[in-house]
Design a protein around this ligand. Structure first.
Ligand code: 26V
Length: 835
């Protein structure tokens, strides 16, 4: 394909005079609107305005456009009686919204020009916006990508969650250690949200249940909560691509029914008068409150019920006001549970239907199952939610009763079957009796849903053989797979605009409407001039990242080095330690043979560890300690650098991913449900070094095995290996490089101030290597050498990179959402197109 001709016919270059004039008018109108917002909404003059003031004025100006389409979207869903999708998630990891809104409203170039006329740089405004970090990691980011794709496909969807005052903690690194600081994203206000003071739902906790007799002689249970808090709605419009449809993200904030006991205050008890308020507001105070204490656990359960109940009350009220009869709910509403965090909604809907609307139990259960579906995001035993029965009984007595009845009817159904042993019934029960009685929320979500899905093919298959094996046997076909995806608007266009323009020259400007057109790029994989342009974009992105690294941590990077990137939550199963061990091994080798033909390489780490996860925090410290020694060793002559970038978040990911050459996806096989970072890297042309885990398997199938570096034990082999024992001594003894690397870490080479700092970590790998780091080390080391060989052959490297980009179209979250819509929600989709 002749790219020069394509460039010449690109829309901007060949814009006719009339169009240019229209754009000029747009720019003037946008400029005037921004000025008006600055003056009348922000209350500042041009001369006094700070970058943040300009940001707010710009956000409000694009918000006006968003709101116009938003109101028509809402109106049209009402008029057409469309079935709605409700996405219930305790996490929405949104990041910044300014560039996202401008991109999707197709106003970015005009707004940049309008601001330039005012002497303001859009990139500066981009940087002053705080990330909305209402999530921990992959699960929350997936919810954000899904919200964008649901709007893009014109699905009438609502996201429901909690408006945390404080999102995920800010991470600082001091002396190599993680410190957590509160995050305060609302301190400068939030220009995107609308408070809805009229939408308030009462949320009950505790209290008692009365049994009453209904006029028809049936018994009715009446719950009298001992405590009530209020859920107050805040709405954020979520524009889809090309602004064709706008959905609502409704987040709930908690407040006390009676915020101030005036009599108590006036009697002098100023603090006591505010107690109820503090107690109520603590529910939406922080994302993921520490749950190592009973008080923390209780708060987490209160959060779950708070947002599940508010969301259900809200959607049932909407349904009744539109359709008059709650019994048609399943025809007009699909509720997706994002993991088990909102699973209590199943008992809450039963409570609403049976107790408040007098629907007979069986009919209510049929409505519930037809309405709900559930996505599982992890099989890690420690992450599968269970709640102590006594806590549930105290906090949600009526819901506990309902759960017991669901369980009794469910077990009664299976107890007649020939294979109904005590063991099988115990496995099927909603109540886990093995260490104190606990409610299994995964089981509740499974039973109350018509479909249950995993997030990659391997993960969905493993669900059937592990955690949900018994439940699957009584409901064959209920478990389906919906491999995750990512929104290309954010992860291609907004993060890597230069690459997006290059790709659009080849595939046309409908790339973001239909990601599958990326396949056309494959024809250029060997085209040297295309390779050159593709590589030049990467190099420019690497220069930008190098500047950021220098600014943030003062380490100078060589943009021609191979950027080897490992960014994600810090967890033992994600095996950052495996990567660090390889760095240490290579460090020793370079020192021993300094004049071999080494490839300059930078290992980039970023990620947060849960505040209570001691081992993960030690891993962060190890990465920092190793970096400190390696980066300052003159013998290395800059051939190897190891950097840890603090405070990983969505915005930092947007800067790092387009600059990555190699993507580390090296979890112990069978443990990463899907991964979505893996998709972002491959789309932007980084080659993956990874295990056959999660969606890596499907990435390999799409990009082709020559274009990905797969190594290590498979999920089956991991299982077999673990059953033989997880002692690492043999693997260490067989691998001189590994034993040397472990020895230097254990002996304090990287922690001279405290030589035994990593003794425990090394001992754990040696004697109790559950995540099989030692077993996979040699395979990983060899895969890294294969990466080096490819890197030396630049045309081969860029060919692989281009083929990655070309074959990643399938991983668009538009594809994922279209599958949910068709196979789970039964709602139509309208693909985006030019207006
Ligand atoms: C939760 C917890 C909580 C307790 C301590 C340990 C632990 C470890 C992992 C988790 C995972 C929570 C669920 C989650 O975020 N899953 C992620 O979901 C992504 C979207 O489907 C998926 O790509 C990731 O593979 C999966 O880890």
């Amino acid at each position: 394909m002749d790219l020069e001709t394509h460039a010449a016919s690109a829309p901007d270059a060949a814009a006719p005079a009339a169009e240019t004039q229209a754009i000029g008018e747009d720019v003037a109108a946008i400029r005037d609107l921004i000025l008006a917002k600055l003056k009348y909404s922000v209350g500042k003059s041009v001369t006094a305005a700070s970058p943040h003031d300009w940001f707010v004025a710009t956000a409000l100006s694009v918000r006006d456009k968003v709101v116009e389409s938003w109101l028509s979207s809402i109106e049209s869903s009402k008029r057409t009686g469309r079935k709605r999708v409700y996405y219930l998630s305790l996490e929405f990891l949104i990041g910044r919204l300014l560039i996202d809104a401008l991109t999707n409203m197709e106003m970015i170039d005009e707004t940049r020009a309008a601001l330039a006329e005012l002497g303001v740089d859009l990139e500066t405004l981009r940087e002053v916006e705080d990330d909305a970090a209402l999530g921990n990691g992959g699960l929350g980011r997936l919810a954000a990508c899904f919200m964008e794709s649901m709007a893009t496909l014109s699905i009438a969807a609502y996201g429901y969650g909690i408006r945390y005052d404080h999102g995920l903690f800010r991470q600082r690194i001091k002396n190599g250690r993680q410190l957590e600081y509160p995050e305060d994203w609302l301190s400068f206000g939030n220009p995107w949200e609308f408070q809805r003071p009229e939408i308030v739902c009462p949320i009950g906790f505790g209290g008692h249940i009365d049994t009453e007799t209904r006029p028809d002689g049936e018994l009715r249970q009446v719950w009298h909560p001992g405590e009530t808090v209020e859920a107050l709605a805040y709405d954020t419009p979520i524009p889809g691509w090309r602004g064709a449809h706008i959905n609502t993200l409704r987040l709930w904030s908690a407040r006390a029914v009676d915020p101030l006991r005036l009599d108590q205050f006036n009697s002098g008890d100023h603090i006591g008068a505010l107690m109820d308020r503090v107690r109520a507001e603590s529910i939406s105070k922080v994302l993921y409150p520490g749950d190592t204490t009973p008080a923390g656990q209780e708060l987490r359960l209160r959060q779950e019920f708070f947002f599940a109940s508010a969301s259900l009350q809200d959607l049932v009220r909407r349904h009744i006001s539109l359709y008059g009869d709650v019994r048609t709910l399943a025809d007009k509403a699909a509720i997706q549970l994002n993991d088990t965090h909102p699973a209590i909604a199943i008992a809450e809907l039963m409570h609403i239907l049976v107790d408040l609307h007098d629907i007979p139990w069986d009919e209510a259960w049929a409505i519930t199952q037809a309405t709900f579906s559930y996505t599982n995001h992890t099989l890690l035993p420690e992450a599968l939610e269970t709640w102590p029965v006594p806590l549930m009984e105290r906090l949600l007595p009526r819901h506990m009763q309902i759960i017991y009845l669901i369980n009794a009817l469910h077990l009664a159904k299976v107890s007649g079957e020939p294979d109904a042993t005590g063991h099988r019934l115990a496995a099927l029960s909603l109540i886990d009796e093995s260490h104190g009685r606990r409610v299994r929320m995964g089981h509740l979500a499974f039973l109350g849903s018509h479909k249950v899905n995993g997030v990659s093919q391997l993960h969905s298959d493993l669900m059937k053989t592990t955690v949900f094996h018994d439940l699957e046997s009584i409901a064959p076909g209920k478990i389906t797979n919906k491999t995750n995806g990512i929104t290309f608007r954010r992860w291609l266009k907004e993060a890597n605009p230069a690459l997006t323009s290059l790709l659009m020259e080849v595939v046309g400007d409908n790339l973001l409407d239909n990601a599958m057109v990326l396949e056309k790029v494959a024809a250029l994989a060997d085209d040297s001039s295309f390779q050159e342009r593709y590589a030049a974009i990467r190099r420019a992105n690497k220069m930008t990242l190098a500047r950021l690294v220098q600014q943030r941590i003062g380490v100078k990077l060589n943009p021609d080095a191979l950027f080897d990137v490992h960014i994600k939550r810090i967890h033992e199963y994600k095996r950052q330690v495996l990567n660090i061990l390889e760095a240490v091994a290579i460090y020793e080798e370079i020192r021993a043979q300094p004049f071999r033909d080494w490839i300059p390489r930078v290992k980039i780490f970023a990620g947060k560890a849960a505040a209570s996860y001691t081992t993960a925090k030690l891993i962060i410290q190890l990465a920092n300690d190793v970096g400190k020694v390696i980066n300052s060793d003159p013998a290395l002559r800059g051939l190897l650098k190891v950097v840890f970038l603090p405070n990983y978040n969505v915005s930092l990911a947007e800067r790092i991913i387009p600059a990555a050459d190699l993507s580390e996806q090296i979890s112990t096989a069978g443990m990463e449900a899907s991964g979505t970072g893996n998709m972002k890297f491959a789309l932007n042309g980084a080659l993956t070094i990874g295990t056959l885990d999660g969606a890596n398997v499907e990435i390999m199938e799409h990009v082709g095995s020559p274009n990905i570096f797969i190594f290590g034990l498979t999920a089956d082999e991991v299982e077999a290996k673990r059953s033989q024992g997880i002692n690492g001594q043999d693997a260490i003894a067989r691998s001189p490089k590994l034993s040397e690397a472990l020895e230097s870490i254990a002996s304090g080479v990287f922690s001279p101030d405290e030589p035994h700092r990593y003794r425990g970590l090394v001992d754990a790998l040696t004697y109790h290597d559950f995540f099989l780091v030692t077993a996979d080390f040699d395979a990983y080391y060899n895969a890294q050498r294969a990466v080096f060989r490819r890197w030396r052959d630049k045309p081969a490297w860029w060919r692989s990179a281009i083929l990655n980009t070309a074959h990643m179209g399938w991983f668009s979250s538009d594809r994922t959402i279209a599958e949910y819509a068709e196979e789970i929600w039964n709602v139509p989709v309208t693909p985006p197109g030019r207006k």
